[in-house]
Design a protein around this ligand. Structure first.
Ligand code: NAD
Ligand code: GLY
Length: 372
């Protein structure tokens, strides 16, 4: 079992662990017991995840002596909304969940984000445990304490920072992901390649992007040891950023590389027919295009980066009925906007990014037009 530590300055605990290993869901109860004093567990999941892993987790929690209750939400980004949140609150009240009890998210980033926000707000906060079952959730969304729901007018606009007591990432759960869902996680992995140096960590002899180039075949074949390496390193990179800037006063914004355009795409698609990772992959292409136009990067780095995205089949396009204009408008309703100005995270050097607030409308529109 590999442990990544995330520091949480404002709380009594020095850190919370991300436990990364194989076949850990069947022992979830024992791991969880070590990280909360709660006796009553309220697990939020969906039908797909429950049918695959629900009984395993339920039995393990029962064996560990917990009182266990499940709620299954509807599936998909379009349900990451106030209605699902209300269902969790209502069930928690019905179950008479108390302050000393805990809420567990068993699923991908959607379940993790809504459930985390419910745990943050129910009774002003109860213990929260993340059990991420998608590649995207294991490499990114379960770590760092951002919890939120979408609003019809914008992505993740209603939320909080609420750190879990434990993240339990079972790599074996990734075996049942569809090829599409696996690739969605790869988009965030590639993001970490593009921001590695700015995160301030170095793990491999050469850069993370070199590792991704050299190990492409094993990664695409979902070889467990390589996948585990990716989960470990992405969690280390994210933890190193969150440890320095938990509430996004500055540095943490770099984790949003590709997300300015990505979030606008998700909103303009009404959170349907496109996955978060696919939207971020398009957003990263747009960011590279913008950086080229602004003269921040040279043609060689631009081409190498686009080639890397292509090698990993990240060649998604925006559908024609979503116009560049509507995307540009949507970008103004985003958490990243400062004094009315859209904020972009752009590549500056290989594996380095910088934050920009001064991108001209014409340049943004031109980069959006390149994405169809
Ligand atoms: P998701 O949660 O919708 O899961 C994708 C699909 O995979 C779902 O249909 C789910 O039922 C299914 N699934 C889950 N685990 C499975 C398994 N082991 N086997 C088979 N199927 C499985 O999508 P996602 O990509 O995990 O997460 C995307 C969400 O994460 C977005 O809402 C995004 O905004 C959020 N996010 C949050 C953060 C953060 O820091 N909080 C970071 C990145 C992304
Ligand atoms: N996904 C962006 C962040 O966690 O800050």
């Amino acid at each position: 079992m590999y442990t990544v530590k995330v520091k949480i300055p404002q709380t009594k605990a020095i850190y919370y662990p991300i436990l990364i290993g194989s076949s850990t869901l069947e022992k979830a109860g024992n791991f969880i017991k070590d990280h909360t004093a709660a006796r009553k567990m309220f697990v939020v999941s969906n039908n797909t995840v429950y049918s695959l892993y629900g009984e395993k987790v339920r039995n393990s929690l029962l064996q560990a002596g917990f009182d266990v209750n499940f709620l299954l939400l509807e599936e998909g980004e379009q349900y990451k909304n106030i209605n699902s949140l209300e269902k969790i609150w209502t069930e928690a009240i019905r179950l008479k969940l108390e302050r000393k009890d805990a809420i567990i998210a068993l699923g991908g980033g959607v379940i993790g984000d809504i459930t985390g926000f419910a745990a943050a707000t129910y009774l002003r906060g109860v213990d929260f445990i993340q059990v991420p079952t998608t590649f995207l959730a294991q490499v990114d969304s379960s770590v760092g304490g951002k919890v939120a729901i979408n609003h019809a007018l914008g992505k993740n606009l209603i939320g909080s920072f609420y750190q879990p007591k434990l993240v339990l990432a079972d790599i074996s759960a990734l075996n049942t992901l569809s090829p599409r869902e696996f690739k969605v996680g790869l988009a965030e992995v590639l993001k970490y390649g593009f921001i590695e140096k700015t995160c301030g960590l170095r793990y491999f002899d050469s850069s993370f992007t070199d590792y991704l180039i050299k190990n492409k075949d094993s990664i695409m074949a979902i070889e467990p040891s390589v996948i585990e390496n990716l989960v470990k390193y992405c969690c280390e990179l994210k933890a190193s950023v969150v440890n320095k800037d938990e509430k996004e006063a500055g540095l943490r914004a770099i984790l949003n590389f590709g997300h300015t355009i990505g979030h606008a795409i998700e909103k303009c698609y009404n959170y349907k027919n496109i996955n978060h990772g696919e939207a971020v992959a398009i957003g990263m292409r747009g960011a590279f295009f913008l950086a080229m136009q602004k003269g921040l990067i040279n043609e060689k780095y631009y081409e190498n980066s686009i080639n890397l995205l292509n090698q990993y089949e990240m060649n998604y396009k925006i559908v024609k009925n979503v116009s560049p204009d509507s995307l540009y408008k949507a970008m103004h309703v985003d958490k990243k906007v400062r004094s009315g100005k859209i904020r972009f995270i752009l590549p500056a050097n290989p594996s380095e990014v910088e934050i920009f607030n001064d991108i001209k409308e014409q340049q943004v529109i031109r980069s959006l037009e390149s994405l169809y």
